[in-house]
Design a protein around this ligand. Structure first.
Ligand code: PLP
Length: 254
């Protein structure tokens, strides 16, 4: 156990286990990576709606993150749902002192049920203050549009342009996820200021909640295990693809 790498998860709850912290910890277990945890928001939600959200206050966020970061060597930090501008600011204030740890941000704005998980003020603070702390940000198309202030991308070259625009807010890499595009091939693009790498998979006719949580946590795990970012993205994508394929198979049986 002592030799297993450890990551810190900073994220919100979903009582059904469909998304959020439960998915994050399940994913880390799959990769044999240990987790520390800072809970940002306790939420009442299910597959169909988001109900009450209880965001933690800034001191609770800071306290949880510092306890985890001081107790053990943390090799990557995955941030999911933040929940309020104050929470984003609190996370930034902790990260000021841990700039050597790569931060992977899944910029959770809406649940697939349609419920809002980050309001406009929170999105603004993410964009203006938080992205510069991030090694990688992993937006889907609607998140990319919101973060760049543009309309939803209609083709993949536009998606890459939006990802490049987002880089200007300070993250080192953007992984633009093409899951919401159409076509037989689903393309995700890892974009930096000097290079774009495409990762393509056959598009599967399956959906699953929490794919964004799973993907970003799997990337954090693979980075913690010493993989390069490109290998980490490949590993994480293969894992999500496998989960989706299992769902396709079980749907076709039923
Ligand atoms: N709820 C929480 C707490 C999350 O962290 C996420 C992550 O993206 C979601 C919901 C969204 O998941 P989904 O798109 O599957 O609803």
């Amino acid at each position: 156990m002592a030799l297993m790498p450890k990551i810190l998860i900073v994220a919100g709850t979903d009582p059904t286990g469909g998304a959020g912290i439960v998915r994050d910890i399940e994913t880390a277990s799959h990769f044999s990576v240990r987790t520390g945890l800072a809970v940002t928001s306790v939420n009442v939600q299910d597959d169909h709606h988001v109900g009450t959200k209880l965001p933690m206050n800034g001191d609770i966020i800071r306290g949880q993150m510092l306890a985890a970061l001081r107790s053990d060597k943390i090799l990557a930090i995955k941030v999911g749902m933040t929940g309020s501008p104050e929470i984003v600011e609190a996370i930034c204030s902790v990260l000021d002192n841990f700039s050597d740890i790569p931060v992977i941000l899944d910029p959770v704005i809406r649940a697939s049920s349609g419920g809002v998980l980050a309001d406009d003020r929170t999105v603004t603070v993410i964009k203006e203050k938080f992205l510069k702390y991030c090694y990688l940000v992993t937006p889907n198309l609607p998140e990319l549009a919101t973060l760049t202030g543009e309309k939803l991308s209609e083709n993949h070259s536009r998606t890459i342009e939006q990802a490049k625009k987002l880089l200007a807010s300070g993250s080192k890499y953007v992984l633009a996820k093409g899951g919401h595009e159409t076509g037989e091939i689903a393309i995700d693009s890892l974009v930096s200021s000097s290079r774009t790498t495409n990762f393509s998979n056959a598009r599967l006719n399956a959906t699953m909640r929490g794919t964004g949580c799973t993907l970003s946590t799997a990337i954090a795990c693979a980075i913690a295990q010493g993989k390069s970012l490109e290998d980490a993205v490949k590993t994480a994508k293969n894992y999500v693809y496998q989960l989706l394929r299992e769902r396709t198979a079980s749907f076709s049986k039923s």
